[in-house]
Design a protein around this ligand. Structure first.
Ligand code: URA
Length: 211
């Protein structure tokens, strides 16, 4: 099965938790707990196409040929700093995943990404590589991160976010049409500062309690 370029996870639990996260009255602790819970549900969707093989095992009753994951451990790449909020939850589900970090900040004037850190796992050409960042806003950081990962050999990439803007999705589709995006919602638009509207505010500030 080939995956659509954009998948919106419309599961009731995801949508309910997202509404609580959007609400500005939700505390930092509440936001973090919801982010961890929602990331487990989104991870379930984005790993749907992991390759499988079988292994011969012995149950208490008999031998059987049982399904198991094939190939190298997948790679999770967090775009700092907000990506780490999604990463923690996904790692609970996939504890053996390899983990990388890409540090990019948005120049407030140009809204262009500036890289300040990169540490990524080896053999990306043999791993499903999932890039995580809660907010797909202008798409500039996501495109830059995926450029870097492709240059390092990654071929089987996915992008996981909580909220996407139409502008961000279009930018990704233009630059990386081969990278499926999984999100909990596609919002209306970006404002003049590059924030997603209606959105949930600054995801990093909301999860770390900074301002
Ligand atoms: N980053 C955020 O944290 N929030 C937005 O709305 C856009 C980018």
């Amino acid at each position: 099965m080939t995956q659509a370029h954009l998948t919106i996870v419309d599961h009731p639990l995801v949508q309910h938790k997202l509404t609580l996260m959007r609400d500005k009255g939700t505390s930092t602790a509440g936001f973090r707990r919801l982010l961890r819970e929602i990331s487990l549900l989104l991870a379930y969707e984005i790993t749907r196409e992991l390759e499988m093989t079988t292994v011969r095992i012995q149950t208490p009753l008999c031998e059987m040929e049982a399904p198991t994951l094939e190939g190298k451990k997948l790679a999770l790449i967090s775009i700092l700093r907000a990506g780490n909020g999604l990463l923690d939850g996904i790692l609970e589900l996939i504890p053996a995943a390899r983990v990388g970090f890409i540090g990019l900040y948005r120049d407030p004037e140009t809204l262009q990404p500036v890289q300040y850190y990169s540490k990524i796992p080896n053999e990306l050409d043999a791993r499903m590589t999932i890039v995580v960042d809660p907010m797909l806003a202008t798409g500039n950081s996501s495109v830059a991160a995926i450029d870097l990962l492709k240059a390092a050999g990654a071929r089987n990439l996915r992008f996981l976010c909580l909220l996407a803007s139409p502008e961000g999705v279009a930018r990704m589709r233009e630059a990386h049409p081969d990278v499926p995006i999984v999100t909990a919602a596609l919002d209306e638009r970006l404002d003049d500062h590059g924030y997603i509207v209606p959105g949930l505010g600054d995801a990093g500030d909301r999860m770390f309690g900074t301002k």
